[in-house]
Ligand binder design. Structure first.
Ligand SMILES: Cc1cc2nc3c(=O)[nH]c(=O)nc-3n(C[C@H](O)[C@H](O)[C@H](O)COP(=O)(O)OP(=O)(O)OC[C@H]3O[C@@H](n4cnc5c(N)ncnc54)[C@H](O)[C@@H]3O)c2cc1C
Length: 402
């Protein structure tokens, strides 16, 4: 297993459940999460429930009932997705990435799975017996493995080994992020709130619960911008940046007070990439190494968890035929991944782009149409990750209510 993110840790647990000897290779000296908060959708929650980790995750996260975006300094609601429009879809769980990592990592350790740290994977090499070994950044070569699972995220160096690698498209817009103490006044403890100006400015606040048991409640704060502009923004100074944020959303002052300098913010870059065939001989791609996109629909970690379950089912169904097992895995995830990648590619420019027309269409039509049934139900299902019923396909039921 390469990579100790959500994909790698969940896959390690599943493969060990099948009785395989699993080794996780991670580049960091200490396994650790990168980034701020995410929304665990009912799909991801169901996988965690299947792994016996839902209660521990729920204890750290916080329920999310709706995603609400406003324009014109909060005067016009242009996006209002309510999970409640489709009660059977469940609702979201805002969670700090460190909390999700903590739960999965503890489970991996408790299961006795070996995590080798300081192992930067650079390449895979064919071993004589049809297996694969891995070349590491420090020049070492690992033993040969029957199956290498690439969970190295969007920047994986192994992608080109796929039977059909596809092309990656770097997105112009990224975002700066920070996890900050939660401030309830003027914010909604059960909603992702976003504020837009056209599609070029987006500020967001997402409640994400606690980073660790007993910790304080946190929010993920983000500001979207073209990645290439970040140096210019930094050159103008933190005061000028805060002024720009406050001009869009004055109430965020309570969050900005906790940001002293740009080093308190993390820049996230996004690439849109869908690997047409997420397998090769002795190799499976799981999570962002197989498909990545902007986080507009909040699905990435959930997709990674669904992938892990699908690979488990493939290997369970064909215990003695790895090729058939991998083909089954690819089939199980094919349409759900493609649909969500397509939806993300379609929706993202309405919220993060230089387009002048798309935000006008968004504000005039989309916000209006979105209120007429069955659009609210469709949007709830879209955000919950449940279009095309991925849980049913993977033999899972929705987990307990958040
Ligand atoms: C700002 C932002 C907001 C997001 N919001 C959401 C959201 O609300 N909901 C959601 O579901 N998803 C969200 N996502 C997407 C989500 O974070 C990813 O889809 C998810 O983390 C993918 O998991 P992964 O395990 O495939 O990859 P990663 O999380 O990227 O993990 C990869 C692991 O591999 C390790 N690694 C990388 N390269 C090497 C190497 N060469 N050798 C060894 N180890 C290596 C890394 O250190 C890491 O531990 C968001 C992403 C971003 C950037």
């Amino acid at each position: 297993m390469c990579g100790a993110g959500p994909a790698g840790l969940a896959t390690a647990l599943y493969l060990q459940r099948l009785g395989h000897r699993v080794v996780v290779l991670e580049r960091f000296a200490e396994p650790r999460p990168i980034g701020s908060g995410i929304i665990l959708q009912p799909t991801g929650q169901a996988v965690l429930h299947d792994l016996g980790l839902f209660e521990a995750t729920r204890a750290l996260g916080t329920p999310i009932d709706r995603l609400c975006g406003t324009e014109g300094q909060g005067r016009r609601v242009v996006l209002d997705v309510r999970y409640g429009a489709l009660p059977k879809a469940g609702r979201g769980l805002g969670i700090h990435r460190a909390a999700l990592f903590h739960v999965l990592h503890e489970a991996v350790l408790a299961a006795g799975i070996a995590i080798r740290v300081g192992c930067g994977v650079m390449a895979a090499r064919d071993a004589e017996d049809g297996r694969r070994s891995l070349m590491l950044a420090d020049g070492r070569e690992t033993e040969a493995f029957d199956l290498v699972v690439d969970c190295l995220g969007a920047g994986s160096p192994l992608k080109s080994l796929s039977d059909k690698p596809g092309r990656s498209r770097t997105l112009r817009f990224g975002a700066v992020w920070a996890s900050l103490p939660w401030r309830g006044e003027n914010f909604d403890a059960t909603a992702l709130l976003q504020r837009y100006r056209a599609a070029s400015v987006m500020v967001g606040v997402l409640p994400i619960g606690k980073a660790a048991p007993g910790g304080e409640d946190l929010a993920a704060f983000f500001w979207s911008l073209p990645v290439e502009d970040f140096e210019a923004v930094k050159a103008k100074g933190i005061v000028a940046w805060k002024k720009a944020v406050l001009a869009e959303w004055p109430e965020t002052a309570v969050y900005l007070d906790n940001i002293a300098e740009f080093s308190d913010l993390t820049l996230a870059r996004y690439a849109h990439y869908t690997m047409p065939v997420p397998v090769a001989r002795g190799l499976a791609f799981v999570g962002d190494s197989a498909h990545s996109t902007s986080p507009q629909l909040g699905q990435g970690a959930n997709m990674a968890l669904l992938d892990a379950r699908a690979l488990y089912l493939g290997l369970q169904k064909h215990p003695d035929d790895l090729k058939a097992a991998l083909a089954h895995y690819a089939r199980l995830r094919c349409w759900h991944v493609r649909l969500y990648q397509l939806m993300s590619a379609m929706f993202t420019p309405f919220y993060q782009s230089d387009s002048k027309t798309l935000p006008v269409i968004r504000d005039l039509f989309v916000s209006f149409i979105a209120r007429i049934p069955p659009a609210p139900q469709f949007l709830a299902a879209l955000v919950a990750g449940s279009l095309l019923s991925p849980l049913k396909k993977l033999g899972l039921k929705r987990g307990p209510r958040v």
